[in-house]
Every structure is written in C-alpha cells, then in structure tokens.
Design a protein around this ligand. Structure first.
Ligand code: HEC
Ligand code: HEC
Ligand code: HEC
Ligand code: HEC
Ligand code: HEC
Length: 355
C-alpha cells in the first residue's frame, strides 16, 4: 500500500518538476536539420498527343468513316441540283449554303452548290486540350423556322441535325390563305375568296417539308395534343449514328438497331421483331387515312401507294387530318420519332374521317 502510494507521489512530483523546468528554464539550442525524405514515385504519364489524335486521325479510322459516309443520303443528295442553289433552300441543301447560314447569312443563291462533306459538319478544333471531341459546325439550340421566337435545345451534337431537320411550315400557313387568284371561264384573272371554315390546299407539295423530324420528335407541328417522347433524350445522333456496322449507324446516318438495345429494348432480335410490327401497324393506319383523304378530295393517288396533295378547298377538319398525314409522311419514321404523337395524330385523323 505504501509502496504504491509513494510510487504515485514520485510520478506526480516528477511531472510537476518537469512542468516547472519547461516553463522557467532557458530555451535549448535548435536541433540539427532532419535528413531530406526520399523522392516521391513518378506521376502517371500525360496523354500521348499522337495516341489522342490518332483515336480519330488514323488512316484506318478516317477511311472507315469515309466509306460509311459515301453510302449516306448526305453524300448523295437527290435534291442538290433542284434545291442546292436556291436562296430559300440552300441553307439545308448545300455545303456552301449551310456554311453561310451558320456564319449568319441566309437566303443568298449559291452559284455552284455542292453536297455536304466532312468540312460542312465539322471544321477545325478550337482547343486541343483535355477530352478532345470532333469539332462541329454548330451545336447551338435550334431556332425553329416555323416560329423563330422558339428554340429547341437537345443539349448535344443532335442540335446540328435539327438545324436542317426542322419543319418549314405549320398548317397555319395554309389556314391563313383567305383568297386566291384564279382564271375564270373567259380566261381572265379573278379573285376567289376562300369560304370561312374552309382551307385551300394551295400546292401539290403542301406539308411541313421532308425536314419535319425535330418538330415531330418534340410533339409539335401536327393537330392534336403535344406528346413528348422518351426518344428525344436519345437525340438524332443516338439512333442514327452511335454503334456502327459497314452499312448502318455511324456516318451512314442510317439508324442501327444496336443503338436501341443498350438500355431499353433487349436484344437486337427482340427489337427487330417489335420495330417491324410497329412499322407495319402504323403504315396500315397511314394508308387507310390516305385513302379516306383521297375520297375527301385532299389527296390524289397514283394507284400504287403514293399520294400527292390535291390543290383543293376542304373543310378545316379535313385539312387537319390531311396535315397530320403529311407531317407523318414527311417525317418518314413510321412512328419511331415519337410513337405517342403518331398515335395522337392518327386518332385525330381517323375520328374526322370516320375510320
Ligand atoms: C474525337 C475525334 C478527334 C480527335 C481526338 C482529334 N481530332 Fe482533329 N479533327 C477531328 C475531326 C472530325 C475534324 C474535322 C475534319 C474535317 O473537317 O474534314 C478534325 C480536324 C482537325 C484539323 C483540321 C484539319 C482540316 O483539314 O481542317 C487538325 C489540324 C486537327 N484536327 C488536329 C488534331 C490534333 C493535333 C489532335 C490531337 C491533339 C486531334 N486533331 C484530335 C476529329 C478529332
Ligand atoms: C446541312 C443540313 C443538314 C444537316 C446538318 C444534317 N442533315 Fe440530314 N439531310 C439533309 C438533307 C438536305 C437531306 C436530304 C438529301 C437529299 O436527298 O437531297 C438529309 C437526309 C438525311 C437522312 C436520310 C438519308 C438517306 O440516307 O436517305 C437522314 C437519316 C439524315 N439526314 C439524318 C441526319 C442526322 C442524324 C444528322 C445529324 C448528325 C443530319 N442529318 C444532319 C440535311 C442535313
Ligand atoms: C430547313 C432545311 C430545309 C430547307 C430550307 C429546305 N429543305 Fe428540302 N429537305 C430537307 C431535308 C432535311 C430533306 C430530307 C429528309 C429525308 O431524306 O427524309 C429534304 C428533302 C427535300 C426533297 C426530297 C429529296 C429526295 O431525295 O427525296 C426535295 C425535292 C427538297 N427537299 C426540295 C427543297 C426545295 C426546293 C427547297 C426550297 C424551296 C427546300 N427543299 C428547302 C431540308 C430542307
Ligand atoms: C451531317 C453531318 C456530318 C458529316 C457530313 C460528317 N460528320 Fe463526322 N460527326 C458528325 C457528328 C454529329 C459527330 C458526333 C457524333 C457523336 O456525338 O457521337 C461526328 C463525329 C465524327 C468523328 C469522331 C467520332 C467517331 O465517329 O469516332 C470523326 C472522326 C468524324 N466525325 C469524321 C468525319 C469525316 C472524316 C467525315 C467525312 C467523310 C464526317 N465526319 C462527316 C457529323 C457529321
Ligand atoms: C429512337 C431512335 C430515333 C431517333 C431519336 C431519331 N430517329 Fe430518325 N429514324 C429512326 C428510324 C428507326 C427511322 C426509320 C423508320 C422506318 O423506316 O421504319 C428513322 C427515320 C428518319 C428519317 C427518314 C429517313 C428516310 O429514309 O427517309 C430521317 C430524315 C430521320 N430519321 C432523321 C432524324 C433526325 C434529324 C432526328 C433528330 C431530330 C431523328 N431522326 C431522331 C430512328 C430515330
């Protein structure tokens, strides 16, 4: 017991002395400098410029893309001679016109228009640091031709596609035609008034134009309530480029079924069956609507499954059914761009036409 107590007191005493000494004693001399630590391990190598660039600029990669591109409609435009040079068409139908449009000029005729090439959509890099992506001519939100106060931002390279693939007209363009000059029986021009409640289909190519894909994907441009689609998150590029074979996807711009399967649609075999069924079902409904529109005087038929707008006056309701048909026909995705909106447009048309 005593031993233990004295041990404890010695300890307390020793601490007290140390404390007093360190408080009151003079400062000791500085110790010798420590030995320098060993060198750290080397950092990870920076990206090799050659390897980074060659991810895209290798001979094999580039010629592979060129071969795919040669198959695409962009490289082989059917409408170049007809539309490439004209001021109102060239922003979408020629490389030069598109270049002018992106630079802020629109509407000039182009004397020698050419098809889109790599440079039309690309151009040069602005920076070569960090994650290098392919330079694009524009990724700005798309200002809609049918309503320049409205723009659509797909927040991706698909904005490039939408710049050309958006509608040129809405139905309201035709609804607004309230009179028209016609030739009377004596061969004189006479002003003919379009009756209230009727619409004059003034052209054999009345419609939104073959460029209506962006509008349709966003569920606008037809008659019926807007239906957004989950497909617009995929964007044009997600389906039409992405994974590629020699003839689909990538720079062929032909949709590749492999792009559908990643997150949503199971195997390629599953989606192939599903897509074919949907395509056939939509096509059958569109054909029935077209036949009824022939009867209603809004379309003419060549008897071989091809329908052309009839220059004619029709009721507002028939016009709306006609317009929905033309939106779907010119969009040309048989529903894929916006399945819900196709349903809506078909429902409206079928109700009007008694189908
Ligand atoms: C993700 C793909 C990609 C990567 C990576 C890439 N580039 Fe490019 N580069 C392109 C594309 C696409 C073009 C446009 C080609 C065209 O317009 O014909 C281009 C254009 C260029 C041009 C202009 C060529 C011309 O004729 O206008 C130069 C120079 C260039 N790249 C250098 C580089 C360098 C250097 C690197 C690496 C530091 C690099 N690139 C990495 C895709 C890439
Ligand atoms: C400069 C305007 C322009 C841009 C940008 C553009 N296209 Fe096109 N695209 C056209 C025109 C014009 C045609 C029709 C060419 C013709 O037949 O004369 C077309 C045709 C197509 C076709 C049908 C081609 C075929 O092979 O039959 C698809 C699919 C297509 N474009 C998808 C896209 C996608 C996806 C993008 C974005 C990566 C895009 N386009 C960007 C103007 C453009
Ligand atoms: C906003 C862009 C844009 C404008 C402006 C435009 N087009 Fe087009 N046009 C397209 C796109 C995109 C396609 C092709 C879509 C497809 O292949 O499905 C197309 C397709 C066509 C086609 C069918 C081509 C084919 O191979 O079947 C013709 C004909 C045509 N346009 C003529 C014209 C004319 C004439 C003008 C001017 C009066 C014009 N376009 C203005 C974007 C435009
Ligand atoms: C109609 C527009 C258009 C044309 C024409 C076009 N490209 Fe592209 N290209 C794109 C878009 C959009 C992307 C980006 C795709 C993405 O976001 O995944 C791209 C991506 C690329 C890339 C990088 C991604 C990849 O595919 O590995 C390269 C390299 C490239 N393009 C080269 C070319 C070359 C070479 C040509 C001409 C033979 C060409 N492009 C023509 C639109 C175009
Ligand atoms: C969900 C996938 C998907 C998205 C997103 C998508 N497309 Fe399509 N697109 C298709 C498929 C599939 C077809 C062909 C349908 C058929 O023939 O049955 C098609 C058809 C087309 C056509 C008509 C081609 C022809 O042969 O006439 C054009 C042009 C086109 N798409 C452009 C676009 C543009 C531009 C965008 C973006 C605004 C877009 N697509 C978004 C899958 C898609």
């Amino acid at each position: 017991m005593i031993k233990r107590m004295s041990l404890l007191s010695v300890l307390v005493l020793a601490l007290a002395v140390m404390f007093m000494v360190s408080c009151e004693g003079p400062e000791g001399p500085a110790g010798a400098a420590g030995v320098a630590g060993a060198d750290g391990a080397d950092g990870a190598d920076g990206a090799d410029a050659n390897v980074t660039c060659l991810g895209c600029h290798s001979e094999a990669k580039w010629t592979g893309i060129e071969a795919k591109y040669a198959l695409s409609g962009h490289a082989n435009p059917g409408a170049l001679d007809y539309a490439g040079g004209r001021g109102s068409c060239t922003r979408c139908h020629s490389s030069e016109g598109f270049g002018d449009f992106v630079a802020g000029y629109d509407g000039e005729d182009i004397a020698y228009p050419s098809a889109l090439s790599c440079e039309s959509c690309h151009g040069n890099h602005t920076v070569l640091e960090g994650d290098i992506s392919a330079p694009l001519a524009t990724m700005d939100p798309v200002v809609l031709i049918v309503d320049p106060t409205m723009s659509i931002d797909l927040e991706s390279s698909s904005n490039l596609c939408g710049t050309c693939h958006n509608s040129r007209r809405n139905g309201s363009y035709y609804e607004a035609i309230d009179s028209v000059w016609t030739e009377d029986v004596n061969g004189n021009d006479s002003l003919w008034i379009v009756p209230t409640g009727s619409v004059y289909i003034s052209s054999s190519h009345a419609g939104p134009h073959y460029s209506s894909q962006l509008n349709t994907m966003k569920g606008i441009g037809g008659y019926g309530s807007t239906t957004e689609t989950t497909h617009d998150n995929v964007g044009c590029v997600g389906c039409h480029m992405g994974a590629s074979t020699d003839t689909e996807g990538g720079h062929t711009f032909a949709p590749n079924l492999a792009n559908c399967t990643e997150a949503c649609h199971g195997t390629v075999a599953d989606i192939a069956v599903f897509a074919a069924e949907k395509h056939d079902a939509i096509k059958a409904r569109m054909d029935a609507v077209a036949e009824a529109l022939v009867t209603a005087g809004a379309l003419t038929s060549d008897g071989a499954g091809h329908y052309t707008p009839a220059k004619n006056v029709v009721s507002q309701a028939v016009f709306e059914a006609f317009w929905n048909y033309r939106v779907m026909y010119q969009d040309h995705s048989y529903g894929v761009h916006n399945p819900g909106y196709y349903d809506e447009m078909l429902d409206e048309a079928e109700a009007t036409l008694g189908l």
